[in-house]
Design a protein around this ligand. Sequence first.
Ligand code: ADP
Length: 231
Amino acid sequence: MNVVELKDVKKYYMLGQTRVDALRGVSLAIGQGEFLAIAGPSGSGKSTMLNMFGCIDLPSEGTVRIDGTETEKMTDKELTRYRRTKISFIFQSFNLIPVLNVYENIEFPLLLQRSISRNERSERVMKAIEEVGLLDRVKNKSMELSGGQRQRVAIARALVTKPLIVLADEPTANLDSETGKRIIELMRHINETEKTTFVFSTHDAHIMKEARRVVRILDGRIVAGDANGEG
Ligand code: ADP
C-alpha cells in the first residue's frame, strides 16, 4: 500500500513577474515502511517535494494522494486534521521550544489531540524518550542540549503521534558528520523496529548512503531512483 503518491506534480511560485518552477512534473510513490532519501543539490526542489508529501503546500498541477485519498478532494478541515495526526516533520534547525524541557517538547503535539488521555500521553512520551536514548535528559530544557540531542528530541516528538509518515527536511544539515550519521542510524533503527515510514532530504553523499532507496532530484525533476513510482 502506498502512503503517499505524487502524479505529475508541478509547483511554481511567482516572484513578482517571474515564475519559478520548483517542481516540473514529479511522479513518485512511497510505500508503507520505506526509508527513503530525496537527494539533490540546494535549490533542486527537495523541500518543495516534502511540503507536497506533508500537505504543507498544494501542487500547481497534478495530484497528491495520501493514504489513498486525493488531497484535492479533502476539505481544509480534513487536511488540517490529516497534517496533525498522520504527518510528522523534523527540521534541520530542530524547531524545539527553548523554554520547554525534553518531556514537554515531546508531549506538545499530543496536547493538540484531545482524544488521547493523560495516561496514554505520558506512556507515549516516555516510550519515545527511551527510543531516542534520552531518559537521562527528561527534565533538561532544550537550550541545554547539544545539536545531536536536540535532533533526538525532534525525532521523539515526531514519533509520539504515531504518524503514517515522518518527513525530515535536511535533518543532519546542522550537525557534524559523525552526529549526523548517528541521527540517520537512529531513524533507520526506528524504521526497522517500528515500521515507521521515513522520508528525508539531503545533499550529503555520506548521508544518502544510509537510505534504503534514494530518489535523486535536479532542477525540479526526478533524475534517478523512481523505480517504485510511476514516473
Ligand atoms: P531545496 O530544498 O532542494 O533546496 P526548494 O524546494 O527549497 O529546494 O526550492 C526549489 C526552487 O523553488 C528554488 O529555486 C527556490 O528558490 C524556489 N522556491 C521555493 N520556495 C519558494 C517560495 N515560497 N517562493 C518562491 N520561490 C520558492
